[in-house]
Design a protein around this ligand. Structure first.
Ligand code: AMP
Length: 210
């Protein structure tokens, strides 16, 4: 099965992608994770992407399309995959269509801006392993430190309030038009962006008939 998870930053795409990955035994392809790894490793893609990511702007389509094209050649993609955070522009969606990537369904998770600002503003990340916590909803055992590696948690640059606002603006301008794009293809499935992960997952399974 090939799925796309669509929605604003902080809608719960990553969490649902993880659940679906387990359920369907297909990999999650998160362009955000791929780019963060590239930045950390200092690869040419990482060097190109860093400034855009820090500002909450989109990384140019040509970079994303190249990264994804390469990822799709890996063996684990043969049975399908779940795109998380990709495509984010009409040009990226068209690139998938042109590569004959036939998507089965697009899950659009809708969450109002004010809730997103609360969610992302409270997010804390482990700089070592990438584990994500939240000051209200997913506290680590020891405040401020990762449960796994005990590293001091940080606020990712792109989770700072001003950056979140820019990411939301970018989402509405560049990514939201994809809802109509996929609705016209008859692939769109809409789910609410509940704060409660379990009920969001139940809704996701229901609309996908799982
Ligand atoms: P994410 O973790 O998915 O929110 O991605 C973090 C950042 O990586 C975004 O704010 C963008 O700067 C960049 N990024 C991730 N995926 C894409 C994409 N498909 N197109 C453009 N930029 C992306």
């Amino acid at each position: 099965m090939k799925l796309i998870l669509l929605g604003p930053p902080g809608a719960g795409k990553g969490t649902q992608a993880e659940v679906l990955t387990e359920k369907l035994s297909v990999p999650q392809i998160s362009t955000g994770d791929i780019l963060r790894a590239a930045v950390k490793a200092g690869t040419p893609v990482g060097l190109q992407a860093k400034a855009f990511m820090d500002a909450g702007d989109l990384v140019p389509d040509s970079v994303i399309i190249g990264v994804v094209k390469e990822r799709l050649t890996a063996d684990d993609c043969k049975k399908g995959y779940i795109f998380d955070g990709m495509p984010r522009t009409i040009a990226q969606a068209q690139a998938l269509d042109e590569q004959n990537v036939v998507i089965d369904a697009v899950l659009s998770i809708e969450v109002p801006d004010d809730i997103i600002i609360k969610r992302l503003g409270g997010r804390r990340t482990c700089p070592e392993c990438g584990m994500i916590y939240h000051v209200e909803t997913k506290k680590p055992a020891k405040e401020g430190f990762c449960d796994g590696c005990n590293a001091a948690l940080i606020i990712r640059k792109d989770d700072e309030t001003e950056t979140i606002k820019n990411r939301l603006e970018t989402y509405h301008k560049e990514t939201e038009p994809l809802i109509d794009y996929y609705r016209k293809q008859g692939k769109l499935k809409e789910v609410g962006g509940e704060f409660n992960i379990a009920s969001q997952t139940a809704e996701v399974f229901k609309v996908l008939g799982l």
